[in-house]
Write a protein that binds this ligand. Sequence first.
Ligand SMILES: Nc1nc2c(ncn2[C@@H]2O[C@H](COP(=O)(O)OP(=O)(O)O)[C@@H](O)[C@H]2O)c(=O)[nH]1
Ligand SMILES: [Mg+2]
Length: 326
Amino acid sequence: MPANLTPEYLAADARFKNAKTTAEKIEALEEMFATIPKHKGTEKMQADIKRRLAKLRSEQAKRPASRAGLLYKVEKEGAGQLALVGPPNSGKSALVRALTHATPQVADFPFTTRAPQPGMMAFEDIQFQLVDLPPVHPEIHEAWVYQIIRNAEAALLVVDLSDPDLLEDLETTLAELVKAKVHLGRGPAPEVVGWLQKRALLIGNKCDLRGAEEELEILRELYGARFDILALSAATGEGLERLRRAVFEMLELVRVYTKAPGHKLDKSAPYVLKRGSHLVDLAAMVHHDFVTQLKYARVWGHGKFEGQMVNRDYILADQDVVELHR
Ligand SMILES: Nc1nc2c(ncn2[C@@H]2O[C@H](COP(=O)(O)OP(=O)(O)O)[C@@H](O)[C@H]2O)c(=O)[nH]1
Ligand SMILES: [Mg+2]
């Protein structure tokens, strides 16, 4: 291996090795080619990347798009998967770029995003998986997009606050989702088999642009009951920290740190559970033996005595430190 490979290159190389679809492989190779240091020592590698790219591109060209589409599936990672949903050009890809290390293409023409592009978004000490998608739009109905939306824990519904057609675009997006039997946000979904209600945040992107303030007011008035609404800018970064927390709150999760008796606390990797989970649910995640053998636990956390003793039906709180005893 030649020296001087950048972290960007190595990350793309790892993505290539884990890629499941041709589109993912092509994306990763393109990034590898863009980030490989261009000097004599990497010439063979450069040529190799180009050769692999050419091969994959010709394979992809031969395959009908709809068939290729069936292969798009994103393995879940982290504490929850969020699908990016919205009209063309609202800034879905820009948002994924701003929040994760993924690098989906951003462009000021519509329909740039063709394949799902996952990336991990950090919130404090946990990660959520964002999945960038092609726009939800009547002209590009691809079934796999709706499968991913249905399968995700929640959606980020992204609209462009600087767009005079904002409301129309939002209505069009929601209407397409109705065709796919998905109801985003609060309010009743039809009580018919096959319908799905999906949690969603409504994101007013491009708050850095003129007119955003007024559009946001209108959005709040018309959609405030159905969605929690966040104004932000993928371009300037304004509001992104609030979004990370809003996702955590929306998914109703708690983070719990475990500690073996007599050992130091390792705060690096919390267990993540649904809000309302009991001590015994945590015990089952730590080790299946604990389910039967757990006697009690000591808990350190907000509003508790240090090391307070609790039993199996104790309801875990976010950021509890738990010492399990059998
Ligand atoms: N001013 C501004 N432009 C943005 C922002 N987010 C995205 N854009 C621009 O909007 C266009 C569409 O962005 P893109 O992420 O490709 O939209 P997508 O089709 O929803 O994925 C690009 O030209 C971006 O540079 C933002 O927060 N502020
Ligand atoms: Mg896009």
